[in-house]
Design a protein around this ligand. Structure first.
Ligand code: ZN
Length: 686
């Protein structure tokens, strides 16, 4: 492991900035900490609110991530109030948290880390703690004592597994003080503490000790097949994604029985090495590398047993049986350990392993999912390295229960803001690069959904998706090129949905064109193109949508963007009105055919959306102005004045209606046609 410290970058920094610098160096290496793991501290003199100099400890606040940590994420506790706790025999987590809050030097700062006392009881100025993969590879081994002795001799003190809290803090301090030669403390199934007079010293020692562990494991693993050799057949990449796409919605449906989840497919090399290995099933069932990971990954992944991973029917059967069995076993494990008054969390797996094909991780959104995925990649590495010199070991089931149902973690869950209307849902929107489609994509994301932004214009679609990701987080939107008249392209877009998110909940079929001309002058080409995009396009999109939603078996909402021309056609709009009428009939038949699957199909009829819309080409504007006998510049005013409310209608107005139809607020509405047109008497649906 590379030591990243640069004296040049560190010069001129005050103590707190050095702590930030040290923490970011640690956070930058995911082999040391992943996503919020680990913590660092610095003891220093600071003036208090009356100007008196006090010895305080700045420690990472709970909920911050080391790779992007800032000064404000390090609350300070007064050491004169904290240190007297050392003589106590014990202290509950709740008492400890409440006490530490009173030791803070400022109000309105993050809650100090749960490992605050551990840092405080060590006498050194700077303390660094990580859950380094290389350390876990040594501690999570059947031969841990021997291996740790070989690597470190008496250079580190060892502390047995115990959940973080008062007792662990005391034990670590006693181990460090009782062994003056110790350069660090290794915590079994948990991680490493190092210290120093300065941030640099503690960091240097951390890298030195972790590097020793890495070198040892690399030497032992050389030439070994740590997961027990390859078994079964190797499926090529194309076939892997075909199978994954075919089965993902079913899996998503099965795991979403209590609450919807997003699925993320992954067939990277380390995953395939594990799922294709002879001992893969047995090793993956042993448990997490450290309790810190358990909240995201649960204690065990679901392993799907199949003889032939390319046989989709067999895989689907294994999914049905496997998910049920997993939930039942989880409930039994919960029942064995549960104290009074604790409710069971979601009993479904967070990691699913399918031999030959790959892995799915699940999460309430793609960030949570990404965290689970990252952690499991590290788990695979730790299992492999631990296997190199013994047998991989994890926590006992009771310890795992205590970690997953730790009251402090459960308390954190209660602080989370309520989920938004479309949280955990995925939408695909066609024609989403501009106008109504873009407004709908943006509105759905704002309501919590993940969106596939499709359009023939991929550059413009990508820009919409990039903006949504920048404002809302990783993988909240992706762009996909889609010509809705191309059967293959439509299938490919839905395959993207299956592989990226595991399925869909909402489909907005919006892409359309408008051609003008009286019928006696209309070219066959204009007619045909109108039918291709405005009728056949909706057919192709909704056909794939219904297939997917039925497989997923969790209902769904399909929204067609129609037009006021369906109930109220206008002259020179023959091709447009006729093709959109076909769309409307298609939607109604879909509603009839799919009600029993709780798939709702509705139509929104907008009128005269000008802003941001590509529908209004210069020819269309000229044509409509001529048809109404007005000047082009007066067109917007004309449309506004002809509606009952005399208001302009925007893409955002249509998006609000789409939001209602997409979510549960309109759960009892299907086959409906909803005008968003400012009120047009002739276009009242009837
Ligand atoms: Zn820790």
């Amino acid at each position: 492991m590379q030591n990243l410290w640069s004296d040049e970058e560190a010069t001129g920094k005050d103590d707190l900035d050095l702590l930030v610098y040290q923490s970011r160096l640690i956070g930058a290496d995911s082999k040391l900490v992943v996503w919020g793991g680990g913590n660092t501290s610095m003891k220093l003199d600071e003036p208090d609110f009356r100007g008196r100099t006090r010895r305080v400890m700045r420690i990472k606040g709970s909920g911050s991530d080391m790779k992007s940590i800032e000064r404000k994420h390090f609350p300070a506790v007064r050491l004169e109030d904290v240190l007297p706790l050392f003589v106590r025999e014990g202290m509950s987590d709740e008492d400890m948290v409440a006490y530490l809050e009173l030791c803070l030097t400022e109000s309105g700062v993050p809650r100090p880390s749960i490992e605050t006392l551990l840092h405080a009881f060590l006498p050194h100025n700077s303390v660094a703690h990580t859950h380094a993969d290389a350390i876990l590879s040594l501690t999570n081994s059947s031969r841990a004592a021997e291996v740790l002795g070989t690597v470190y001799g008496r250079d580190v003190a060892i502390v047995g597994y115990r959940r973080p809290g008062f007792l662990l803090s005391k034990e670590v301090a006693q181990a460090a003080l009782g062994n003056p030669r110790a350069k660090g403390v290794v915590l079994m199934n948990h991680g490493l503490f190092t210290w120093g007079n300065t941030a640099k010293e503690a960091y240097d020692m951390h890298i030195e000790l972790v590097s020793k562990a890495e070198e040892f494991s690399a030497k032992r693993a050389a030439g070994q097949s740590v997961f027990g050799g390859i078994t079964g057949k190797w499926v090529d990449a194309d076939r892997r994604s075909q199978v994954a796409a075919a089965v993902a919605p079913t899996l998503r449906g099965l795991m979403g029985q209590r609450q919807r989840m997003l699925l993320r497919f992954d067939d990277s090399k380390d995953v395939l090495d594990l799922v294709n290995a002879q001992r893969g099933k047995e090793l993956s069932a042993i448990g997490p590398a450290t309790p810190d990971h358990l909240i995201q990954t649960k204690r065990q992944p679901l392993w799907l047993d199949v003889d032939d991973p390319e046989d989709v029917t067999q895989v689907l059967r294994a999914m049905h049986e496997g998910v049920d069995a997993y939930a039942n076993e989880y409930a039994a494990w919960f029942g064995q350990h549960r104290p009074e008054g604790v409710d069971m969390l979601d009993p479904y797996p967070r990691v699913v392993l399918l031999p030959g094909i790959g892995m799915w991780t699940t999460g309430r959104d793609m960030l949570a999912n990404l965290i689970t995925s990252d952690i499991y990649h590290h788990t695979i590495g730790v299992i492999g390295d631990a296997q190199a010199s013994g047998d991989y070991m994890s926590l006992m089931p009771k310890d795992a229960y205590d970690a997953e149902y730790w009251p402090l973690e459960l308390y954190k869950l209660t602080l989370a803001p309520p989920e938004r209307d479309l949280a955990r849902r995925v939408a695909l929107v066609t024609g989403a690069a501009n106008g109504i489609g873009r407004a709908i994509a943006q509105r759905l994301v704002a309501a919590g959904a993940h969106v596939i932004v499709t359009d023939v214009d991929i550059a413009a679609a990508q820009q919409v998706a990039d903006e949504l990701v920048a404002a809302n987080g990783p993988e909240r939107a992706i762009a996909c090129q889609l010509d809705v008249t191309d059967e293959q392209a439509v299938a490919a877009a839905f395959r993207t949905a299956r592989l990226t998110y595991g399925g869909l909940d909402i489909v907005v079929s919006n892409a359309g064109i408008a051609r003008v001309g009286q019928i006696h002058e209309l070219s066959l080409e204009d007619w045909q193109q109108s039918m291709d995009i405005n009728a056949t396009g909706h057919f192709l999109v909704s056909r794939e949508a219904v297939k997917l939603l039925r497989e997923q078996n969790t209902g769904g909402s399909i929204i067609f963007v129609g037009t006021k021309n369906v109930p109220s056609p206008g002259k020179e709009f023959g091709a447009y009105s006729a093709s959109k009428a076909a769309e409307a009939q298609l939607a109604r038949v879909l509603a009839i055919e799919n009600g029993e699957f709780n798939i709702r199909v509705n139509i929104i009829n907008p009128d005269a959306i000008f802003r941001g819309s590509n529908l209004w080409s210069p020819e269309l504007r000229a044509g409509r102005a001529a048809a109404h006998g007005i000047k082009e510049d007066d067109l917007e005013d004309f449309y506004r004045q002809r509606n009952l409310l005399q208001l302009p209608v925007t893409g955002e107005d249509v998006a609000e209606a789409a939001l209602l139809l997409a979510g549960d607020k309109f759960a009892k509405t299907t086959g409906a046609m909803i005008p968003v047109d400012g009120g047009l008497k002739d276009a009242f649906p009837r």
